[in-house]
Design a protein around this ligand. Structure first.
Ligand code: SF4
Length: 246
């Protein structure tokens, strides 16, 4: 609920909501947040799926390093194998509003991974990154690449394209250039063929092939075979899942 007068705003926002029409709710929600954040210069709020600390990065270049996670709420892409629960748009998933101060106060590790959902749907993302980097920590972002915002040049960007699954959500051209690494989730083996031209055009960016978790019994041998052919690519195995950590 919002009450608006010329210079006075009052918001009553539920900390956790479950709506049937997530997309409509998210539009209203983001609209309110934009107005709210325009009035706040230091302590923005942002919808959170979950946070956890003192874990390890399980994927890609930074696998095995200590990290904290901030998972932002919401993703429209709808991958059928989404392991965060956004395959159906995220109906009923957590969406808790938290301030930047709250998020920063609970950080512990030298690197913070901001994932989702899809982090780039949130207008507050660049400001959140700046606030975290100002504490002396490194930030990694994990994105499907279908939205663009200018973010800190110091931020590590893991691009995991999903346009082969959801053609409505192609990677924006800038993101291919901005990516620090490309993580291809391999389910059928056709993914490399699908992105072959763009991977060739950006062949200075490290590429990780990651077996899709639910079909890993088939996908892992497939990836090992692909690595024989594409020996400049690397294996990523979601270490955290094998170790049983969050
Ligand atoms: S882009 Fe990522 S968060 Fe969104 S549905 Fe696909 S796997 Fe899930």
């Amino acid at each position: 609920m919002i009450f608006l007068s010329s210079n006075f705003y009052v918001f009553i926002l539920q900390p956790e909501c479950h709506y049937e029409d997530v997309n409509d709710y998210n539009k209203i929600h983001d609209f309110l947040l934009i107005i709210y954040n325009s009035k706040m210069t230091e302590n923005f709020i942002i919808p959170i799926h979950e946070t956890f600390q003192k874990t390890i990065q399980g994927e890609g270049y930074w696998a095995g390093t200590p990290v904290d996670f901030i998972r932002l709420a919401g993703c429209p892409v709808g991958c059928h194998y989404c392991d965060t629960g956004y395959a159906d748009g995220g109906v009923g998933l957590p969406r808790q509003l938290r301030t930047f101060d709250e998020l920063i106060n609970e950080l512990f590790s030298p690197r913070v991974v901001i994932s989702g959902g899809e982090p780039f749907i949130h207008k507050q993302l660049p400001a959140l990154i700046n606030r975290i980097e100002a504490t002396g920590r490194k930030v990694s972002i994990e994105t499907s690449g279908c939205y663009w915002q200018n973010i800190s040049p110091n931020t590590w960007v893991t691009l995991s394209p999903k346009q082969h699954i959801s053609p409505k959500y192609p990677v924006v051209p800038q993101m291919w250039k901005r990516a620090s690494e490309i993580k291809l989730v391999i389910e059928t083996g056709k993914e490399l063929e699908f992105y072959s031209k763009i991977l060739l055009a950006n062949n200075n960016i490290p590429v990780y092939l990651q077996p899709e978790w639910y079909s890993r019994n088939l996908a892992l041998p497939l990836v090992l075979e692909l690595l024989q052919e594409y020996s400049h690519y690397r294996l990523s195995v979601q270490l955290h899942k094998y170790l049983g950590v969050q």
